[in-house]
Design a protein around this ligand. Sequence first.
Ligand code: GDP
Ligand code: MN
Length: 362
Amino acid sequence: MKLLEFEAKKVMAEFGIPIPEHVVIRSPGELAAHLGSIPDAIVLKAQVDVGGRGKAGGIVMATRADAVRKAEELFRKQIKGLPVQVILAEERLPIQHEYYASITVNRSTKQALILFADAGGVDIETVARETPDAVRTASIPLLMHEIPAFMIRDLLHGAPKELGPVVARLYQVFCRKDAILAEINPLVTTLRGVYAADAKLIVDDNALARQGIAINRDLTEREREAEKHGFSYVELNGQIGVIGNGAGLTMATLDLIDYFDGQAANFLDVGGGADQERVMHAVRLVAGVPSVRVIIVNLLGGITRCDEVAKGIISAGVNQKIIVRLAGTNEEEGRRLLAESGYEMLDTMEQAVKAAVQEASG
Ligand code: GDP
Ligand code: MN
């Protein structure tokens, strides 16, 4: 699994590799909102899964004055046939020199192969072909989790010493993230220090579960939103929106919908201790799917307080009918609030689900 540049940079930054100041945007408006806090000279970088974006028009220099317009243009472009959905807007670095650094696996020797080149920015295959002396390599056993200092000195040769820690940390990224490639091209020097100006990280597909990466892929806008709030959220094909707390109660609600011949449009587990704010977001999220005709909220108050839940439901202000089943902590107060606002409440799950199925089919 190849991470996008901004994802790879985030990982590298976690390991102490300096990256440029930046914002990640999904629309020109998001950039407009950040204009006050970004530097005047910036680079807009299309976050698409292809190499050589520079030559393909995916890297655009901009200033604060024209950044939003240029971002608009870049969002409309296709880079090597791929739509631009995300742009990384970065401070434009005053680059002195571009280097290349990468770590890969040498499958025949079963070792990590470290590459460093004095000529970065361009593709490394060309450098290796045309100026083989510019590329230096070293190999170390994968069981070693640090590159020995002498090896880094050899690799860097005449290059600035500050690059050493970056190479050392790149190897830590490589090991800790189960990578099959960790690359910085270009790794640049500026008067203010060194930076990873571009980053590439390919994680071994066999390690995706351990790295928690696969679950971030191909998410719908709403799924991403749910993830942001820490909700478990899944989209299905029916007409009933389901909100529960705890996987067990949520699954039981889905089972019951099936039992009464209904179909869920989606379901969301708000988790433990949801307050008004969380419940409000949950209701809005579930209601945002056009096919949702009715929403069933089935919550058990433990740490979660029913009055908070009621306030959340009321403040969500969605159009669909909401059928509520609440039990537990502060149940009376919750019921009173909902009744005052005219919500339908039922005592048991069976009743609530049955009513929702009826509403959805009616
Ligand atoms: P790639 O073409 O997909 O590898 O994208 P890169 O992120 O490597 O950018 C390509 C080239 O654009 C780099 O090698 C640099 O020459 C240039 N570039 C990227 N970011 C900056 C920057 O912040 N400042 C300057 N001056 N040039 C940059
Ligand atoms: Mn690059």
